[in-house]
Design a protein around this ligand. Structure first.
Ligand code: ACO
Length: 355
């Protein structure tokens, strides 16, 4: 049976996460995402996804020192990044840089940690280069997320780190989304994990997947003030345009990650005006989508409030998809490992409709 976009087709078995799209519940290996974000660090959540259990103190130390070791970019990689044309988008740079990583051991687990550790360094290095700022060397006294903020901004504000860490943990893993599927397809040919992650990055780049948060910022910039909300959304829907940050293939109610991020935002003191604009735009848009698309259940997805968090942290919109990738790489790696352990090459059929 032909299913455009493989909608509803079950293509793998996984122990990594479960999404209840009707109830709006997301669990990693059986634990609600909300509980993981409240109680564990980025490193602990990553270890849990990769290994299946939370680390003991000793295991955590080992994992952290492993990550620390791989934070440093070899000079040849920095040269490649610096030589890429300055107008090249961050996701293109990330795709090229990750594909150029050399793996010294033929061990998928070890290479996974290497890639997870190196991703923030690549992003920060390129970002600062594009801003004519000098590269900030990783600081091994800092945790993974703290160090990422430090390399990007030279600042480590604990509230900012907490917000970013919550977002990164919440977006590590999400079933067989397009980029994860791409990673698994590549790994299913018995290719290596670096090739799998390169495929995933190319897939993540698209505006219907990881490219949505900067689209949300564009939308809110276009709306500008609350008096324009109705007119802007109305004219987009009339022109059959999609409203960025709304709708999800799996969730038929509010995306639990969007809800959790929204709660973080509501807890902020002195919310900026544009956050109020985002909150009001959400209400008005859901209302209008119900009228324009009565047969669809369209609510805010994670990208909508991810954009709000990123803007609160004053992170450049050009970095949004890359930062999202720096968390989703954990899920990509965990899926690549899972695929390797029980592999069948992906080879769906095409229905011929030509002459
Ligand atoms: N705005 C307006 N209409 C929408 C939207 C939207 N954001 N999303 C879906 N629709 C409509 C479509 O136009 C279509 O209407 P029709 O049947 O009248 O033609 C219908 O809903 C179904 O659309 P599909 O693309 O088939 O739905 P699907 O569930 O596959 O789409 C997707 C999921 C791609 C995320 C979609 O909702 C979308 O394009 N959203 C905007 C982009 C976005 O926010 N992406 C981030 C997703 S989250 C993530 O990737 C981490």
């Amino acid at each position: 049976m032909y299913q455009p976009g493989l909608k509803g087709v079950v293509a793998v078995e996984t122990e990594l996460s479960n999404i209840d799209g009707e109830e709006g519940i997301l669990t990693y290996r059986g634990m609600a995402i909300h509980d993981i974000v409240q109680n564990y660090s980025f490193e602990e959540a990553a270890f849990y996804l990769l290994h299946g259990t939370f680390p003991s103190e000793k295991e955590l130390q080992g994992f952290q020192s492993h990550l620390n070791k791989y934070r440093y970019m070899p000079p040849y990689l920095q040269q490649i990044i610096d030589q890429l044309p300055i107008e090249q988008e961050m996701m293109d740079v990330l795709r090229t840089a990750i594909s150029a990583v050399t793996f010294y051991q033929d061990d998928t687990h070890d290479t996974a940690i290497q890639l997870i550790a190196m991703m923030p360094t690549i992003i920060a290095c390129r970002f600062r280069h594009s801003q004519n700022k000098s590269f900030i060397v990783p600081d091994n006294n800092l945790q993974h997320v703290e160090n990422f903020m430090y390399m990007l901004t030279e600042n480590v504000d604990s509230t900012h780190v907490k917000m970013l860490e919550a977002y990164l943990i919440m977006t590590m893993e999400h079933g067989l989304n397009a980029s994860t599927f791409a990673a698994r397809v590549t790994k299913s040919t018995q290719s290596d994990i670096i090739s799998a992650i390169t495929s995933a990055i190319g897939t993540m780049k698209g505006p219907l997947h990881g490219g949505a948060p900067s689209g949300v910022i564009d939308l809110l910039n276009e709306i500008e003030t609350k008096d324009n909300i109705y007119e802007t959304i109305h004219s987009k829907l009339k022109n059959k345009e999609r409203i960025m940050g709304f709708g999800h293939r799996v969730y038929k109610t509010v995306d639990p990650r969007a809800e959790a991020l929204k709660q973080i935002i509501l807890g902020l003191e002195n919310r900026p005006e544009w956050i109020e604009l985002a909150l009001q735009t959400e209400i008005a848009t859901i209302d209008m989508l119900k009228k324009y698309k009565p047969n669809q259940q369209l609510y805010t997805n994670v990208e909508y409030y991810a954009a709000a968090i990123m803007k609160s942290l004053e992170i450049d919109p050009n970095l949004f998809t890359a930062i999202f990738s720096s968390s989703r790489i954990v899920g990509w790696c965990a899926h690549a490992i899972e695929q390797e352990s029980n592999n069948t090459i992906f080879r769906p059929a095409a229905k011929y409709i030509g002459k």
